[in-house]
Design a protein around this ligand. Structure first.
Ligand SMILES: [Zn+2]
Length: 62
């Protein structure tokens, strides 16, 4: 009697690489989106731009 037991480990998704990736993105954003005269040098919108705000949120949850 052959019985297939396909148990998928619940911890299959390792969150650490994803978090590393998030912090890398955030750092890249901080390097390119800089404040200059109340404007973002990176995307030209008013400071703080959406990208920087998102990056701050990303780092806050790490
Ligand atoms: Zn920007």
């Amino acid at each position: 009697m052959t019985r297939q037991n396909t148990v998928t480990p619940s911890g299959a998704l390792d969150p650490l690489p994803a978090l590393d990736h998030l912090s890398e993105i955030a750092i890249a954003v901080f390097e390119t989106h800089l404040s200059h005269a109340e404007r973002c040098v990176g995307c030209g919108t008013s400071w703080p731009c959406e990208q920087v705000v998102l990056a701050h949120h990303n780092l806050a949850v790490l």
